[in-house]
Ligand binder design. Structure first.
Ligand SMILES: Cc1cc2nc3c(=O)[nH]c(=O)nc-3n(C[C@H](O)[C@H](O)[C@H](O)COP(=O)(O)O)c2cc1C
Length: 338
């Protein structure tokens, strides 16, 4: 029997597949099914900064009015329905999820500024979260915002959370930073135990008939895995921070590639929306078959074997590969044309 155990955020996990933040885990029945299918941990859906600020404003308004109840005042707020859970409902769900399964349950805080909402990390810890994932989706839309400023805001935010809690904190990063290794090293300095590569953005599409800009949500495809593999392979072995890959993990091959790049775990979301929660079990069986056929005794033996540090020729990770790939393509095309 292959040993599937992995490590992530200092936690010893039973396997390489973690369910990433998704509304699928909003039902306790699904949380149980995830564990039964072989998920090693679950990241709950996010609690959003905007939602927490609205709740806090509602409470302030309520106290100053002194009449209506807190619950009633929430009804007056615009857009609160756009967010899935209020803080109390979230914490209660977290407690129930913890009671329902043995695998680690990670809470997710989603925001971009260092506001008062960060104190909720402590509530998540008290409610039993085994770790906190911080999703820091910030968009620079103002030309006066410098990248240095954005990075320092992110570091401030992470510092505030890591100093508020004892449980490990992971940062779900955007791919759009100029020097990812430098930023990840700084995140490690301010106490982050892991980074999730990467946050997936949902750019709006344009409807050219109605001249409207529309939000879109497409599930991922395995092609989205490549930039994640690339950066995990570059980061692996140079820092003491754990790596998770989220984005494009659909099959056993994707899981194996993620671990071989150097990730401690791979995360699944779209694949579960498409194929169902039991897909985890099928993927794990395929991983096991692949490893057994090649006479591995543990998955961990493969970790980082295709990282930049481990391969004899590092050029595929560097600029040289970019030039080689483009020029070999044009050569093939030219030959085919004759
Ligand atoms: C319907 C849906 C809801 C999601 N909600 C969250 C969320 O609340 N917080 C978060 O950090 N990521 C959220 N994500 C992103 C996923 O956790 C994951 O990082 C992303 O989908 C890439 O992984 P995948 O290729 O396995 O789907 C959501 C994704 C989907 C499809």
């Amino acid at each position: 029997m292959i040993d599937f155990s992995t490590q992530y955020l200092g936690l010893k996990l039973s396997g390489p597949i973690v369910v990433s933040s998704t509304p699928l885990s909003e039902s306790i029945d699904s949380v149980r099914r995830m564990e039964d299918a072989g998920a090693a941990a679950i990241v709950l859906t996010s609690l959003f900064e905007e939602q927490l600020e609205l709740e806090s404003k509602a409470l302030d308004d309520d106290l100053s009015r002194g009449t209506e109840s807190f619950a009633e005042s929430l009804d007056y707020l615009p857009d609160l329905d756009d967010y899935r859970m209020t803080q109390e409902v979230y914490l209660e769900h977290l407690r129930r999820a913890k009671e329902a399964v043995k695998i680690p349950i990670m809470a997710s805080l989603n925001g971009a500024t260092t506001g008062g909402w960060i104190r909720y990390a402590r509530d998540m810890e008290q409610a039993g979260a085994d770790a906190i994932e911080l999703n820091t989706y910030a968009l620079a839309t103002d030309k006066s915002q410098t990248s240095a400023k954005l990075e320092s805001q992110l570091l401030e935010l992470v510092t505030a959370v890591t100093s508020a809690v004892k449980v490990p904190v992971a940062v779900k990063l955007s791919q759009s930073f100029t020097s990812i290794p430098h930023l990840v090293a700084r995140l490690e300095d301010v106490g982050a135990r892991g980074v999730v590569l990467f946050n997936r953005f949902y750019q709006p599409d344009f409807d050219i008939e109605t001249l409207e800009v529309r939000p879109t949500l497409h599930f991922s495809t395995p092609s989205e895995l490549l930039p994640r593999l690339h950066w995990a392979a570059i980061l692996y072995g140079h820092l003491n921070i754990d790596l998770a890959i989220s984005g494009g993990v659909h099959s056993a091959e994707d899981v194996l590639k993620g671990i071989m790049a150097g990730a401690g775990v791979t995360m699944m979301c779209s694949a579960l929306h498409i194929h169902g929660i039991e897909h985890i079990g099928r993927v794990l069986a395929d991983v096991q078959y692949w490893l057994e056929k090649r006479e591995y005794t543990s998955l961990w033996e493969t970790r980082g074997c295709l990282s930049r540090r481990s391969v004899p020729d590092t050029s595929p990770f560097d600029r040289g590969n970019y030039i080689k790939t483009l020029s070999s393509y044009s050569l093939r095309q030219t030959v085919a044309a004759f």
